[in-house]
Design a protein around this ligand. Structure first.
Ligand SMILES: [Zn+2]
Length: 477
C-alpha cells in the first residue's frame, strides 16, 4: 500500500516519498500568541498531530517542528493595551496554549520552536540574503526581501504579483524599493521590544522566522511543510522565496494545508463575535469528543461548527466506550479464529486504505461506525463466532493514531455520567432509590406509580433498562 498526500504545490495527490528513507522532517506553522487559542488552532494542531502519529505508525522516524510566533505587531499592541511587557505576555500565552494542546490530546512536537529563541539564526539568515543580493537594508534600519530577485515567486499560490510596479502604497513603508518587497527585519519604534542587529535595533518579520527555524532545526530541505490554508499567501510563498533564494534547492517536498473553520456557516471573526475559544470547548468537552468531532472531517476540508457538532460526537464516543466495556465484560467461548482474523484483517485494511489516502480521517470515522455496528450486532447474539475482545482490542490499537478511545472504558463512562448527572442536578443515590421505589410499586402492581417514577427520571436525563438481573440505568445523550 502506498501513502498518498495532496500536495498544494502540484495540486495533486502524490505518492509520499521522504528525502531520507525512513525519516520524515515536518514543519507546521504554529500560533501567534497574541490572544487565546481558538478552535481553528485546535483543528490544525490535531491534524498535524494525527499526521505525525500515522507517519510513525507507517514506521517513519518523524521529526516534527511547530513554532510559536512570540513577537509581532499584534502581541506588542495587545500587551501594551493591558500594560504588560510583550515578552511576558507572549510567555504567559504560550504556557496556557501548551496546556490546552496537551488537554486536547496532542503529543508535543519534537521541537517547539520560538521566534525569540532564534534571533541570532534569523539575523544570520537575513545577512546571507543581503550578501547574496536577495535583500537590502533601508536607511531606516528595515530589511526587505527583493522580490524581483526570485522569479519563481507565486508558484505555490499561483498568485501573480506585480513585482516591479511602483504603487501608491510604497510611501507607506519608506525605504522599500518595490511594492511587493516584504520585510525581513523591522526597525524598532521608540520603547518597543527589540534586539540589536547589524541594521540597528529591531525585530524579525513574521515570514523570516519560519525560514530560519526550518533551517536551524531541520536543514535546507524538508519533507512536509504544513499550516492553515490562510497561510499559503503570502506567508508560505515568502518562506519559499527566502529559503530557496538562499539554497537553490526545493524547500519542502509536500505542502500540506489544513482547512478553515466556520461557525454556523459563517467565517469565524472578531467583528462577528462568533469566535470559539479552545478553553471554552475544553471546559465543556473532553479530548475524545473534540478530536472525534474534528477528525470526522479530513484535515484539508473546511469545517462548519454547527450546534450539533460536538453533542453528536459526545453521543458517538459514549456509545463506543459503552460497547467496548460490554465486550470486555463478556467471555467468548465459541470463537472461530479464522473468521475473527479475517474481520481484524478487514478492519486494518480499511483503516490503512483511508489513512493512506491523504490521511482521510473522515473515512476512518465512517468505518468506525460500521465496525461498531458489526460488534453491537454480534454482541446481541447469544453465541457469536467472533472473538469480539480481540476485534475491539485491534480497533483501540488503531485508534491510538487518532488518539481517541484510549481511556479505560469504565472510567470514561463513569466520568461522562458524572458530568451529565451534575448538569441535570441528579445524584446516583437518587437514581438508586428511584429504582427501588419503582420496584416496590411494581411488586404492588401499582403501575401508575412505577411509570410515573420512570417518566420523572427520564425528564432528568436518566433511562431505566429492565433486565433479568433487575433494573440498570444509563444517561440519555
Ligand atoms: Zn510559518
Amino acid at each position: 500500500m502506498t501513502l498518498k498526500v495532496y500536495n498544494v504545490m502540484t495540486r495533486q495527490k502524490q505518492e509520499f516519498k521522504s528525502l531520507t528513507p525512513g525519516v520524515v522532517k515536518m514543519y507546521a506553522c504554529g500560533i501567534t500568541v497574541s490572544a487565546d487559542a481558538h478552535i481553528g488552532h485546535a483543528y490544525q494542531s490535531v491534524a498535524f498531530d494525527v499526521i505525525t502519529r500515522y507517519l510513525r505508525y507507517r514506521g517513519y522516524d518523524v521529526r516534527y517542528v511547530r513554532n510559536y510566533t512570540d513577537v509581532d505587531d499584534k502581541i506588542i499592541a495587545n500587551a501594551n493595551a493591558v500594560g504588560v511587557d510583550p515578552i511576558e505576555f507572549a510567555e504567559k500565552n504560550i504556557v496556557k496554549t501548551d496546556a490546552e494542546m496537551a488537554a486536547l490530546g496532542n503529543e508535543n512536537p519534537t521541537i517547539m520552536a520560538r521566534a525569540t529563541h532564534c534571533i541570532d539564526d534569523i539575523i544570520a539568515f537575513v545577512q546571507k540574503l543581503i550578501d547574496s543580493g536577495h535583500a537590502y537594508a533601508s536607511e531606516f534600519g528595515d530589511v526587505y526581501f527583493k522580490l524581483d530577485s526570485f522569479p519563481q515567486y507565486g508558484k505555490l499560490s499561483h498568485i501573480q504579483t506585480n513585482k516591479n510596479e511602483t504603487g501608491v502604497r510604497k510611501s507607506v513603508e519608506p525605504g522599500k524599493l518595490n511594492d511587493g518587497d516584504f520585510a525581513l527585519w523591522k526597525s524598532a519604534k521608540p520603547g518597543e521590544v527589540s534586539w540589536p542587529s547589524p541594521w540597528g535595533a529591531g525585530r524579525p518579520g513574521w515570514h523570516i522566522e519560519c525560514s530560519a527555524m526550518n533551517m536551524k532545526y531541520l536543514g535546507e530541505q524538508i519533507d512536509i511543510h504544513g499550516g492553515g490554508r490562510d497561510l499559503v499567501f503570502p506567508h508560505h510563498e515568502n518562506e519559499i522565496a527566502q529559503t530557496e533564494a538562499l539554497t537553490g534547492k526545493t524547500f519542502a517536498q509536500y505542502w500540506v494545508h489544513c482547512g478553515l473553520v466556520k461557525v454556523n456557516g459563517q467565517k469565524m471573526s472578531k467583528s462577528l463575535g462568533n469566535g470559539i475559544l479552545l478553553q471554552d470547548v475544553l471546559a465543556k468537552y473532553d479530548a475524545d469528543v473534540i478530536r472525534f468531532a474534528l477528525l470526522r472531517n479530513t484535515y484539508s476540508t473546511d469545517i462548519d461548527i454547527t450546534d450539533n457538532f460536538f453533542p453528536d460526537a459526545v453521543r458517538h464516543i459514549y456509545k463506543m466506550y459503552s460497547v467496548i466495556r460490554d465486550v470486555n465484560a463478556r467471555t467468548f467461548d465459541n470463537v472461530n479464529s479464522d473468521k475473527t482474523a479475517e474481520m481484524i484483517g478487514k478492519i486494518v485494511s480499511e483503516f490503512e486504505t483511508s489513512m493512506d489516502d491523504n490521511f482521510n480521517t473522515s473515512g476512518v470515522t465512517a468505518s468506525l461506525f460500521s465496525w461498531f455496528n458489526f460488534i453491537t450486532a454480534e454482541l446481541a447474539k447469544k453465541n457469536t463466532e467472533y472473538d469480539l475482545r480481540a476485534i475491539v482490542a485491534k480497533i483501540v490499537e488503531l485508534m491510538s493514531v487518532l488518539n481517541v478511545l484510549q481511556f479505560d472504558p469504565s472510567d470514561y463512562i463513569a466520568s461522562a455520567q458524572n458530568k451529565i448527572l451534575a448538569a441535570n442536578g441528579v445524584s446516583e443515590s437518587e437514581i438508586e432509590s428511584a429504582i427501588a421505589s419503582r420496584a416496590s410499586a411494581k411488586a404492588n402492581k401499582d403501575w401508575v406509580t412505577a411509570d410515573a417514577i420512570r417518566n420523572e427520571m427520564a425528564t432528568r436525563g436518566i433511562v431505566f433498562r429492565d433486565g433479568p438481573n433487575g433494573t440498570t440505568w444509563d444517561v440519555v445523550l
